[in-house]
Write a protein that binds this ligand. Structure first.
Ligand SMILES: [Zn+2]
Ligand SMILES: [Zn+2]
Ligand SMILES: [Zn+2]
Length: 166
């Protein structure tokens, strides 16, 4: 530990530290090797507020001069998903995006089909509806991550896009 402010990495949040110990415990339980690379990938996801894909994580780490292979990124993401520490999301790209799930409330993603803007919405009403729907079908609601594809206002007002005739 260094107390120097120079080149100091941002201290991980308490949530990140908690998830790290959960991850370590799960790996130990299932006899996975707890490597520095795996922890670095977990930290990258939990210290970010966006929905990253495997390639984005790889590039971010590369920029920080942390060398991790693409295969390790993919494998670690699978592991994190298996341990319920990340959610998979479909943003309409041809690959999967990931986001932190531990300590995060269930939410809805509204994704703009034109500009790919993503807005996260939490709604008690939606929670209640989903709870009811699950109950009706003999289930108890667990976690969820929903995607809705829509068009944002900016895109609709932007006449440069699309082939709309006046
Ligand atoms: Zn993507
Ligand atoms: Zn848009
Ligand atoms: Zn989200």
């Amino acid at each position: 530990m260094t107390f120097s402010q120079k080149n100091a990495q941002k201290e991980p949040s308490q949530q990140t530290m908690q998830v790290e110990s959960l991850f370590k415990a799960s790996m130990k339980e299932e006899a996975y090797r707890c490597t520095r690379e795996r922890l670095v990938i977990l930290r990258e996801i939990y210290e970010s507020d966006s929905h990253l894909d495997a390639d984005e994580i790889f590039v971010r780490l590369k920029k920080k001069e942390i060398s991790v292979s693409r295969a390790t990124v993919y494998h670690t993401l699978d592991l994190l998903f298996k341990f319920n520490l990340v959610n998979k999301i479909d943003l309409g790209h041809k690959h999967t995006h990931y986001e932190k799930s531990y300590g995060v409330d269930n939410h809805l993603h509204i994704i703009c089909e034109d500009c790919e803007r993503v807005v996260e919405v939490q709604s008690d009403e939606l929670n209640k509806i989903l709870e009811k729907l699950c109950q009706k079908n003999g289930f108890t609601l667990g976690s969820f991550s929903l995607q809705v594809f829509a068009k944002c206002r900016e895109a609709q007002n932007d006449t440069r896009h699309g082939n709309m005739k006046p």
